[in-house]
Ligand binder design. Structure first.
Ligand code: GDP
Ligand code: IMO
Ligand code: MG
Length: 420
């Protein structure tokens, strides 16, 4: 039996998961998304052509790998259709390649509206404004429209009517905005479903078939550990469980939990949106990281906040995800730095605090400093022949976090990887 793999972001998202999933897909029979929605923006360079995937698994560029969207994903049919059409216009067909769970809860345009109205009010989280929070709320509150509800007209009309009434009340009375017309919502939903219906099926059965026939599955995490709704920097989180341990629920295939877990971490840290970020830099170094790393959100285009690598957070993440190995990305972004820092502890008023402290927003990082390698790693293809300074930096990460690095990434292209 070939071993399956769960790939997760270990920071606040945008670690380079898309690129790594794309590379590893060569070796897998299937790639499956198991949580999140089109808040994800996973960038892949395929022969210098840039793709940003939001819902479609990053294994889509290989003919042999089938793609799955499990029922833990919150599904916008409009975004799905848009993505499929864009990929098809660029010569990548999803026909016979993509299967989506018919048990997925749907994210409707009204959810995005509510998200936007809330974000325009006070206490904004800095969400992607895609409607992720409200759609997951509906799932937990048992009022979601599931994809399979579209198979039964009467049931659909009943459920949708209650949902539209529920949100129109808020739109009118709380936000003083224009309510939605039920008939239009219904028609739009039916139209978009009709164009996507052929992709729905039973993902649990498909994954089980692949696995029982000796195939291996790559599970593609979205967002990052610190954005997990339970274990992240609540309330500045997304609305799903982003941890590797949520793969059984989100894929609908319980044996998915017996997989290796690869954690992806940038060689520094970024965050989009509000919330605590102990190693955030407000100086030239931060600007330099942002510039060299092209740190702008792949989904919203917002500038990402940048800071040094936070090993306290990474260690917490390694434990929560039960990581079996690490991938460090964007090492090349640090090529020009004279010195590089990593955070090895936090202090508030001279007292050391853990990551889980409620005082995290006040934490002052304790740094360890490394000499930079000050040269391009572009031509380096062998891990052991990396510069001594780079190897010291990487060994310290391994030692502190307690997980071995299996691969490092030194550029945005598919083959910019150095395997151990
Ligand atoms: P994801 O959400 O985790 O898939 O990451 P994003 O795609 O949102 O952001 C990662 C960005 O870094 C993308 O623009 C990638 O093309 C780019 N990238 C990934 N790995 C590397 C790397 O090793 N070096 C550099 N310079 N860029 C990288
Ligand atoms: P990928 O998969 C980075 C952040 C938002 C916001 C918070 C809540 O590309 O790594 P949401 O729209 O989910 O309700 O927003 O989560 N966020 C991400 N940040 N990468 C992502 O995905 C993100 N998805 C959501 O910026 O702070
Ligand atoms: Mg991203």
């Amino acid at each position: 039996m070939k071993k399956s793999l769960i790939l997760v972001g270990t920071q606040w998202g945008d670690e380079g998961k898309g690129k790594i999933v794309d590379y590893f897909s060569q070796k897998f029979d299937a790639v499956c998304r198991f949580q999140g929605g089109h808040n994800a923006g996973h960038t892949i360079y395929k022969e210098d052509e840039k793709f940003v995937l939001h819902l479609i698994p990053s294994g889509v560029f290989y003919d042999h790998a089938s793609c799955y969207i499990g029922q833990g994903v919150i599904l916008s049919l409009e975004s799905l259709l848009d993505e499929i059409e864009q990929l098809e216009s660029r010569g990548i067909s999803l026909e016979g390649k993509l299967r989506i769970s018919r048990y997925c809860s749907l994210l409707l345009p009204i959810h995005a509206k509510i998200d936007q109205l809330r974000e325009d009010n006070k206490n904004a989280i800095g969400t992607t404004r895609r409607g992720i929070g409200p759609a997951y709320e509906d799932k937990t509150a048992r009022r979601s429209i599931k994809a399979f509800d579209l198979e039964d007209n009467d049931l659909l009309e009943d459920k949708l009517k209650s949902l539209v009434d529920y949100y129109n009340f808020q739109i009118k009375n709380i936000h003083n905005a224009e309510p939605y017309d039920f008939e239009t919502v219904l028609k739009d939903l039916k139209d978009v479903y009709q164009k996507t219906a052929k992709y729905f099926g039973d993902v649990t059965d498909s994954l089980e078939d692949i696995y029982e026939n000796g195939g291996n599955i790559l599970y593609e995490g979205a967002q990052g550990t610190m954005l997990d709704v339970d274990y992240g920097t609540y309330p500045y989180v997304t609305s799903s469980n982003t941890l590797a341990t949520s793969v059984g629920i989100g894929s609908g295939f319980p044996k998915s939990i017996y997989s290796d877990v690869l954690g992806v971490a940038k060689a520094y840290t970024t965050r989009v949106g509000a919330g605590p970020f102990p190693t955030e830099l407000f100086c030239d170094d931060g600007e330099k990281i942002a510039k060299l790393g092209h740190e702008f959100g792949a989904t919203t285009g917002r500038p990402r906040r940048c800071g040094w690598l936070d090993l306290v957070a990474l260690k917490y993440s390694a434990k929560l995800n039960n990581l079996t190995s690490l991938c460090i990305t964007k090492l090349d972004v640090l090529d020009e730095f004279e010195s590089i820092k990593v955070c090895i502890g936090y202090k508030v008023d001279d007292e050391e605090i853990p990551f889980k402290s409620r005082l995290l927003h006040k934490a002052e990082p304790i740094y360890k400093e490394f000499a930079g390698w000050k040269k391009s790693l572009n031509d380096c293809t062998n891990y052991d022949s990396l510069p001594t300074e780079t190897l010291s930096f990487l060994s310290f990460i391994e030692e502190f976090v307690g997980v071995d690095i299996s691969v490092v990434s030194n550029g945005p292209n598919r083959d910019d990887l150095i395997h151990r």
